[in-house]
Design a protein around this ligand. Sequence first.
Ligand SMILES: [Zn+2]
Length: 490
Amino acid sequence: MKFFTLIIFTGIYLFSGVSFANCGDGARQSKVYRAFVACQELRAAKLPTEINQLTQKITDNGFCGINGCDTNETLNKVCTDPAGYVCQQNQGRYLTTDCEIDLTKPEDVANTPDYVDAECRAQAQADLFFEAHKSECPSAWGPDICQKILKISHSAELDLLEKKAVYTAERQDKLTAVFQRIQKKYLSLIKTSTIIPENRKSMLIEKIRLTHLQVAPADDVPCMNTGAKGPETELFNQLSPDGKNLIVVCIGAMSLLDHLNEKELMMTIAHELSHSIDPCSIEVDYSLKDQGDPDLALKTFPKLLQCLRGGTGLRGCENGTLNCNSDQGITQFRHQYESAIKGSVLKKIGAWMHERQLVDDAPDCPMGKSDPRQDGDDGSDYRRDPQPVDQIQESFADFMGAEVVGHILQEDQQLKHLDQKSQLNALVATAASFDQLHGVCQKDNTHDEHPVGMIRMNRNIMSSKYFREALGCTNGPPHTKNAGVTCQGF
Ligand SMILES: [Zn+2]
């Protein structure tokens, strides 16, 4: 979750380096593009020689999948260590048997067929736009300079062309339907929960109910256009000034939507929705209402935070698996915002937090120094600052997301039994997407607010009995350090 991410818009990446005649030619030579096309061809292939050639082509281009890297793949094997399994298969670069793919680096997404198609459609529209507006330039400028000037003077209109090409009505509808289904299930699970105290329920229900999914192109969301480094792949929940939560889908994530595994997509949306009620969100909310209670999250989700953290003591922090805030982190965080108040762009946020003593009263929020080496556009990058920050809010979102999706999938199974192939695809697709985030395929924990993929997948997600059993895994991963636990959310 991001409360106050500074996004600096660094100019238009769209249309750079390509001309209309050969739009997308460069991307078509990339490994990502070739692997994806080979995967699609493989699905239709019948002859053994053809199948071998295409399988080899996928592997040569750095991907695994469809028996490409592991001929002994079984559901039982993957269940014992989904994160490790996917990491042995090419650092999480994986295509499922339905050629579903997920990528976190903007430069990889820029080379996927769906993104290339959308960009070329947008470029054709832009060329018409330039033609229609060329009279605005003196003839001495020539077409190149004229286009450069028009890109600056008409940036909003040109940005909209790109947004319309990626944020299609079909994709908006698909995402909205997934979101509404998850939101509905979330609300009913809170209402019927025997674990969440009755007097806490109305607040949670309100927060989930008022969370909005932003899928329509908006002018004021920079990541809905391609940035300087490519299409950002983030999907995040942010707190709006009116106190409501908004889930934003950046252009890279939207352009992957047609070839994302459906269950993995559900997990992503359910994770983001969970941020509306995560321990940090609860504390910030109550601090805003001048009712700060540092133990409020613990009281709202009895035993859950301790179970996820895995240690001892009131919060489960001592010798736990997840990072908790340290005194040093809290001091650094406070210092950062106090200096921000003295005149930087963070002034407003700093003052807002200081006034409400959030820095003192929110021990479940990430703290510690920000790391200037961390690249906010790149989801595979992670915090390398020696000061660890709290990981409970991200781990809570992983776990509660898995609980909600697990309930939905179990409901589906009563109607139509999920076959082993779709269980396996869902498990590897989810593990592959988490393994690529915040420190690709690391086993040891980072200092990031997001734990490494191994902890997120094998521990946070697989500690939901409902999720793992829906995907055909009877137990949590037994061969993974600190995993193999079961926590309870609802
Ligand atoms: Zn998150």
